[in-house]
Design a protein around this ligand. Structure first.
Ligand SMILES: C[S@@+](CC[C@H](N)C(=O)[O-])C[C@H]1O[C@@H](n2cnc3c(N)ncnc32)[C@H](O)[C@@H]1O
Length: 242
């Protein structure tokens, strides 16, 4: 298997703003993950990152409610439940959600977008957004974070991670491979400060942040990319009254 640098797979230079808007749309992302659902589960379902999850769980006591946003195959929802949290998973991809339902307890998954969560205000102690927020462009990320904050109780905690790099990355048709069209959109952040300021603008205060270099499989082409991910645990500031 070859090892490619992240940027070597990028086909973003040649595409214009309208193309970026299309491939970063929720419809495009949902379709891409519908096509990838089985392969993604094959690679990732059995491999929740326990160190990552445990670092988050320090802030989320046993018995509290956790929302796994962009839950994919459901490996973290399952892990959190096995650790005594009342976890639920939501994902925009119908096939992904259907797969999670067959692998775990079907009642705890639902199809939903992170930009419009069908939950009341303040019902979760923790929101876990592992590798899902980068599918929202910089223009839309504030809307997703507002939703996370709305469903969190005051003082609740968010885990979110994003890739570091210059500009967005879009999987080329060759890399994505399944339908001859462009694959997934990933928003990248130039450095930790740039993502932390987005969180702050949405009412979150970082309590822990660190970088991991992750070597992950390009799902269809079956080569590998190496990417730096910024992980942040952030506390939700109290909502303004009135
Ligand atoms: C890279 S996968 C991560 C899956 C899982 N969290 C994990 O860590 O393996 C990103 C997931 O986010 C989901 N996703 C992308 N955009 C979303 C949105 N707007 N709302 C909900 N889920 C979304 C995708 O369908 C996909 O399952």
């Amino acid at each position: 298997m070859s090892v490619a640098a992240d940027d070597e797979c990028s086909a973003t230079a040649a595409v214009g703003a309208s193309h970026v808007a299309r491939v970063s749309s929720e419809q495009h992302t949902a379709r891409a993950y519908d096509l990838l659902a089985e392969r993604y589960a094959e690679v990732w379902f059995g491999r929740p990152s326990v160190p990552l999850a445990e670092r988050f769980l320090q802030y989320v006591p046993a018995g509290s409610r956790v929302l796994d946003v962009g839950c994919g195959p459901g490996q973290y929802t399952r892990y959190f439940r096995s650790c005594g949290r009342v976890a639920m998973g939501v994902d925009i991809s119908q096939k992904t959600v259907a797969g999670a339902m067959t692998r775990c307890d079907a009642k705890v998954f639902a199809r939903m977008t992170m930009t419009n969560l069908a939950f009341s205000d303040g019902v979760f102690r923790g929101v876990w957004a592992c590798a899902s927020l980068p599918h929202i462009s910089s223009a839309g990320v504030g809307g997703a974070l507002d939703e996370f904050r709305r469903v969190l109780e005051p003082g609740g905690v968010l885990f979110a991670n994003v890739p570091l790099g210059e500009g967005h990355r879009i999987e080329s048709p060759d890399e994505f491979g399944l339908s001859g069209s462009y694959g997934r959109f990933f928003e990248r952040y130039s450095d930790a400060r740039s993502f932390l300021s987005v969180l702050e603008a949405s009412g979150f205060e970082a309590v822990d942040s660190w970088t991991d270099v992750v070597r992950s499989e390009v799902l269809v082409r079956r080569s590998f990319v190496t990417t730096s991910w910024l992980n942040v645990i952030a506390r939700c500031r109290a909502h303004a009254s009135g």
